[in-house]
Design a protein around this ligand. Sequence first.
Ligand code: MN
Ligand code: MN
Length: 315
Amino acid sequence: MTSKNQPISGNDLARFSGPNTFMRLPFSNELHKLDVAILGIPMDIGTSWRSGTRFGPKQVRSESAMIRPYNLQTGAAPFDSLQMADVGDLAINTFSLSDSLRIIQESYDAILNYDAVPVAIGGDHSITLPILRAMAKRHGPVALVHVDAHADVNDEMFGERETHGTVFRRAHDEGLIQSAKTYQIGLRGTGYSAEDFTEAANWGFQQFLAPELWGRDLSGLGAEVRRDIGDAPVYVTYDIDSLDPAYAPGTGTPEIGGLTTPQALQLIRALRGINVVGCDLVEVSPPYDTSGNTALTAANILYELLCILPGVTYR
Ligand code: MN
Ligand code: MN
């Protein structure tokens, strides 16, 4: 058995040096050799309030340098059995959202042709629509675990139908997702009307509002979602603003009263066993992240997602 790519150890090279890849994994563009392709999508032209997520991938990679390969809490050793690498950033067109979405979809078509599981560091949430288009082309409509303060189901914003606030209405309309196996977790905040969330509930989306989750251990919810999904291919999209701004202030559209960091870990860990075909972590805005905690938390959430990918060994 050939050994797999490993993050550079902090005992071999000081953690504050080395390549700015995710967890200091090797960089590679040889997709045919990879089980998992970690990539950055440095984009913020789909945002509606604060910008800055174009700097997300760079900062999340930087904070990921402290993460060690073995998950002491769950026993996951994600780099032992799966070949992973950082494939760099997508060359999006920062002057055109529509062109950027096209580039993302074409890049994902290529990654999925090689059967690599793509793990994206965003970027604002608009990146997830072209990703889901590619996913549906490859796998058919996917189940969706969507952790977010917002439902992102607007019909349009300023007449635009592709923004970070319209993603999951488009995904539903285009038949990219299994709407009855779509779970929106952490929703809260103010809206424009009483129907802001309920319309999507009528499409079949299962919504778990943050106030219902306050103070709860989310292991139970995660297990419930896992059983309900069964063996369907599932995409996990994690908006960092699902967390309370106390934990993740560095984001574009913060909402008070959110989830805690332990709840994020409980939820992801309880999903172990679902057939994840791809995932992303979006909406980290480093200019608003003065402590670096948001990017650090995002890096760890991505690591926890790597730990539940199909084929990961547990010690
Ligand atoms: Mn979102
Ligand atoms: Mn959000």
